[in-house]
Ligand binder design. Structure first.
Ligand code: LER
Length: 282
């Protein structure tokens, strides 16, 4: 199992100027660096790819879905922008030789409303229409989209793996699969390990976050049960730390990160590596 770390731990938004954090991740011992794509214009993707190859560290790609990148929006322009953003990130993943592009593809982070059944249905139809096109595009590039349930405080659409599996089932394409973020699952699932056993064949990427989004292994997640369940389903993907060392423009209010979650990003990165390595690689 590859162990990785998200650019979000150190910076938001990630830019070419921050490329030294890739070196930090490599020096700590991570196998993989996850580039959170907030603003494409800030990133020289060719340079980042070249640098990661020189360092011999893998890359994965995650999305930042703000209000204007919403394939379920009642604003057709935002749906169009959201679909194009997913396609652009698929191209980036292809260029980076990342097998996946992951995130809450289905809606904007922070969109939480009590809406009528009719509106929910209409938004789901827009979502499915665009998700089908995005999945077909990802398939054409050999990339798998990894759909991430978020907790109820960050989305009103897909909170559980059951709901995600239903949406994936409606598209019914092997290039649309599941991203398990254990921070969100800790809020929405009764037993994370049982959901892993239930959907192990759909889970292609894991963001292994603690219950407080602090250092993994220091909170109350049942990591031994998670490890055993991943072994039982023969999980072959990566596990990546995704927490926020600094508020993200796209996700700030939604992710509600209002205090430091560790002594420093560097200490969090080091301590997470030590935990991940002991838990998942030794
Ligand atoms: C936000 O809480 C989150 O987990 C991110 O992966 C969403 O893009």
């Amino acid at each position: 199992m590859d162990i990785g770390i998200s650019s979000f731990v150190w910076v938001s938004p990630f830019s070419t100027e921050n490329r030294d954090i890739i070196l930090k991740a490599k020096e700590i011992g991570y196998d993989l660096f996850e580039v959170a794509v907030e603003d494409k214009s800030l990133i020289d993707f060719g340079q980042i790819k070249k640098y990661s190859r020189e360092l011999d560290i893998k890359l994965s790609v995650s999305g930042a879905f703000g209000a204007e990148r919403d394939i379920s929006s009642d604003n057709p322009e935002f749906r169009k922008i959201g679909l194009q953003y997913i396609k652009d990130c698929v191209d980036i993943a292809h260029d980076f030789e990342s097998p996946i592009f992951g995130g809450p593809l289905y809606s904007a982070v922070g969109k939480t409303r009590l809406v009528s059944d009719d509106q929910k249905y209409e938004e789901r139809m827009w979502c499915l229409e665009n998700l089908a096109e995005a999945t077909a595009y990802a398939k054409s590039k050999g990339i798998t989209l990894a759909l991430e349930p978020l907790n109820r405080f960050e989305t009103d659409m897909i909170n559980t793996l059951d709901q995600a599996a239903d949406l994936i089932g409606e598209i019914n394409d092997k290039n649309l699969r599941l991203l398990l973020d254990t921070f969100h699952a800790n809020i929405e699932e009764k037993h994370i390990e049982e959901e892993i056993l239930k959907y192990g064949d759909l889970i292609v990427h894991i963001q292994g976050n603690e219950n407080d989004r602090g250092t993994p292994g220091t909170g109350h997640l049942s990591w031994d049960k998670i490890k055993a369940a991943l072994a039982e389903v023969n999980y072959q993907g990566a596990i990546v730390l995704e927490t926020f060392g600094s508020p993200s423009k796209e996700l700030a209010r939604a992710a509600s990160i209002w205090r430091p979650l560790a002594e420093s990003a560097d200490i969090l990165a080091q301590e997470c590596f030590e935990f991940y390595y002991q838990q998942f690689k030794s």
